[in-house]
Design a protein around this ligand. Sequence first.
Ligand code: F0G
Length: 369
Amino acid sequence: MNGSREASGATIGVIERYREHLPVTEATPVVSLSEGSTPLIYSPRLSAIVGRGCRVYLKYEGLNPTGSFKDRGMTVAVSKAAESGARLVVCASTGNTSAAAAAYAARAGIQCAVLLPSGKIAMGKLAQAFVYGAVVIALDVNFDHCLKLVRQLSSEPGISVVNSINPYRLEGQKTAAFEIIDALGNAPHLHLLPVGNAGNTTAYWRGYVEYHRLNRATRLPKMLGFQAAGAAPIYYGRIIEHPETAASAIRIGNPASWKMADTAFQESGGAIQIVTDEEIFAAQSWLASKEGVFVEPASAASVAGLFKCWSQTTCASFPVPKIPDDAVVVCTLTGHGLKDIAAVLNDRVKPLSAPANKAAILSILEKAK
Ligand code: F0G
């Protein structure tokens, strides 16, 4: 279809890069937007904070074509939907999955419908779903309920569900772990990431385990996941009926991949933790102003978690100081900051006004020193 292999000179997407590890055949029409191969950014400041010779990297998934890690899974899920002759792809979403589904469906020439919790989606993501041409349906229920409805739709002929309950999604998303090992020459000692529906945790762990089995890495990382404190079913071990957090992407009370993610935390010797909205926003602002990396609130949960866990006093149950000296640490940053500008445009974000002359500007700069 979009045969990136024929398009010589084009950047390849995750199916072409990792074809041998993915459930595709020659018969699978590759629906790709050249996703993946995202930057792994070394963070000198976070490395200094963790100390003891540890190196901290940021896997910046906001640089995927629709601005989040969902594109990795969506290229596989929509390619397989096209292969099976689906006429409609459908998903429930807190925003990013719907943006990715809509884009890849547009690319494949398949109709897309997205079920969203009404009024709970960041505007950038909603704009994406519309502009990519999806049928956008807002429901007066939360994400978990939207997903229930999508499960009911899955039995209809010609419909392919592209939430992470579709196994092809997780297959695609595991390629992020491959990329990290390919870039570092080994797996990190510790991997931190935000947790919502828990698919990404599951997918990363799968990728790490597969590459380890193939001797591409000599170790496996400890997986350390972070839920928002008001939407932390895995941490508390119970369904949260009314999850609440300003990090709308991870406002989820009953994660679809709960059990598999639990296994990843346990098998890896890692843990699930919580961070408050205040900690999330502080980390978001820190990342942008200290490292030049702008992410949406949910994405900052991994770095908020690093800040919390690097000290035994703020995180006694999983202190990062337990990791060895000279350890390699990766934090996944799942989505781009521009998706949710309302989250940062508050009263403090106002340009300074000045008369249009050099002296006035120099005087402002003097005060800003
Ligand atoms: N970060 C962002 C930016 C997300 O959009 C999501 C999930 C997560 C983290 C959590 O990942 O669900 O695999 O544990 N967003 C989904 C959506 C639920 O509909 O876009 P997860």
